[in-house]
Write a protein that binds this ligand. Structure first.
Ligand code: SF4
Ligand code: SF3
Length: 542
């Protein structure tokens, strides 16, 4: 029953990961995640049959369960099994409500080992979904896009924001994955995933900005203070809020890591004097950086890499994140906060972080801030001071070939502006790339979901310049992907009509040649080439 996983950019070339993931996911964890997806499909099929609409609780449960299966989010088999049980129990509760006989016996399963669980679930049909390679490829595109959506809607839900149309799409898309659909039907579903991705990013943008204010231009320190610190990583701003409240006045500083960096751009977090800066870079270097941080580390979401002994006792997970042997901070009670006292008590016994750099990172150029600067930007375009915008959003990763993005950023002409979001920025956000008349040459909108801001900015520019089509703007897209949220962002951009996106460092392995050919023909997607060749082509508008 070997594992097979091809959902991220670092899957082993040509074969997917078949013995152990490059990410560290082992066979059992991979198969349990497959079972969880399969359980979500079963829940969706039952929910489709409900008279009187789909309860919100179904969409929310699917969103949480799928988030568990996003790359580098949860490696804890017990937590995944608990999530499978929760999903199957919901399915059978719904089945009973419409008079159908539940086929999941919670009492019987609760005594089963993980291995029993797996075999029973697998023999009920999970392997039957992949007859035709092209259909499987289209289904993968939908599933991975929906996994990214799941992460975004979970963050919005934590802040009390929901969109039942998105939740209903979970049921429609997951139910569809369990059925025999034609290539045309699946292609339509891919586009609908893109449309829903735009909605989900808009929802999360609304949740974040209404709760914490519109991001403003901010200079974030990368050095360290003299007090012990807690490092918070991942994407969940509500966790940060609870942590900042609970650490106030304790003598502990709070630092962001990786995708939590953009939290500094929100007005609501600026009043916390102990919220001192950002430590380190992108997710994949965390083993070195967590070791030298010296204090507790909180992973609120992806991306976790295999945990080293040197910081194992200092690392905690929360939310949908999980890792065997790490302490997990439970959900917050209704209307309350999560309890981070274990981290705070531990921090008091720790040394301050060891300094690994000492500079600043500037960001906060989400749509509201950039549109406030619109006159300046438009004048610079009209005068020729800005020749081109290059969107370099997405993910970072381990592979050396990602040096391409550092080189493109360094070698782009001085009259270009880089628009970024997501952890891809760590390839160039500490370089001295200068500014154009006071506008920094790297405009960081925020987390990967804030790619939505980049789309809003592009649509605004289209309107200001009176253009018919977003592709007439002097904008090129040179996107880096790694995990499924980048697939979601890509599908959103395609839905918005963006053509000619460069995608790297490699095209997804789950795309068969036929499916890749459709993306090339319809949307002009292309793999990255050489640094010089791509810069020349982008400057020429290709
Ligand atoms: Fe391999 Fe990526 Fe799947 Fe991990 S998530 S097993 S690295 S394809
Ligand atoms: Fe990064 Fe994991 Fe994708 Fe949110 S933190 S962008 S890789």
């Amino acid at each position: 029953m070997g594992m097979y996983c091809d959902q991220c950019q670092e899957s082993i070339r040509g074969t997917g990961c078949i013995a152990r993931g490059v990410c560290g996911k082992d066979e059992m964890t991979a198969k349990l995640q497959d079972v969880l997806v399969y359980a979500c499909e079963g829940l969706a099929l039952v929910a489709e049959e409900l008279p009187g609409g789909i309860p919100r609780s179904v969409g929310q449960l699917i969103s949480e369960s799928l988030f568990v299966t996003v790359t580098n989010t949860n490696f804890d088999e017990d937590a995944i099994v608990a999530e499978i049980r929760r999903t199957l129990a919901k399915r059978d509760e719904l089945k009973s409500s419409i008079g159908a006989v539940p086929d999941y016996d919670a009492a019987r399963w609760s005594g089963s080992t993980k291995e029993d669980f797996l075999v029973k679930a697998l023999t009920s049909g999970i392997e039957n979904l992949s007859a035709n390679e092209d259909l499987k490829s289209l289904k993968s595109l939908v599933l991975y896009g929906v996994k990214g959506l799941a992460a975004y809607t979970d963050h919005a839900a934590v802040l009390g924001y929901h969109d039942d149309e998105i939740y209903d799409f979970y049921v429609k898309s997951l139910g569809s994955l369990a059925k025999s659909l034609s290539a045309d039907e699946l292609t339509a579903l891919v586009l609908e995933t893109g449309a829903t991705a735009v909605k989900a990013m808009a929802l999360l943008d609304k949740a974040n900005t209404e709760t914490y204010g519109n991001p403003v231009v901010t200079s974030v320190k990368t050095g360290v203070g003299s007090r012990p610190g807690i490092l918070i990583s991942g994407h969940d701003l509500r966790d940060l809020e609870d942590l900042l409240k609970q650490t106030e006045g304790t003598g502990i500083d709070v630092y962001t890591h990786c995708e939590m960096l953009p939290a500094h751009y929100y007005p609501a977090f600026k009043n916390y004097t102990h919220f001192v800066g950002n430590y380190g870079g992108a997710w994949w270097a965390q083993d070195r950086e967590f070791a030298s941080f010296n204090g507790p580390i909180l992973m609120t979401t992806n991306c976790i890499v295999p945990v080293k002994e040197s910081y194992r006792n200092r690392m905690f997970t929360t939310g949908m994140a999980g890792y065997p042997g790490l302490r997990h901070i439970p959900s917050r009670p209704e209307g309350g906060q999560k309890d981070f006292s274990a981290l705070i008590e531990l921090a008091k016994t720790c040394q301050p972080p060891q300094e690994i750099e000492n500079g600043t990172i500037t960001g906060g150029f989400a749509h509201n801030q950039v549109i406030a600067l619109a006159d300046k930007v438009v004048d610079a375009v009209k005068s020729g001071a800005i020749k081109r915008f290059v969107v370099m959003a997405g993910c970072d990763g381990r592979q050396n070939s990602r040096q391409y993005y550092t080189d493109v950023a360094s070698e782009l002409p001085q009259d270009t502006i880089i628009l970024t979001a997501g952890c891809a920025k760590y390839r160039y956000n500490k370089l001295p790339l200068g500014d154009i008349g006071g506008i920094p040459r790297v405009l960081d909108a925020g987390q990967c979901n804030d790619s939505y801001s980049l789309a809003v900015i592009a649509l605004k520019l289209k309107e200001v310049f009176g253009l018919e089509d977003i592709n007439q703007l002097p904008i090129s897209f040179d996107i880096a992907w790694y995990e499924q949220k980048a697939v979601t962002v890509l599908l959103a951009l395609l839905y918005l009509g963006v053509k000619g996106i460069r995608l790297g460092p490699t095209l997804p392995e789950f795309l068969t040649p036929n499916v890749a050919a459709v993306l090339v023909e319809k949307f002009g997607i292309k793999p990255i080439g050489t640094v010089t060749g791509d810069i020349e082509a982008m400057m020429a508008g290709a």
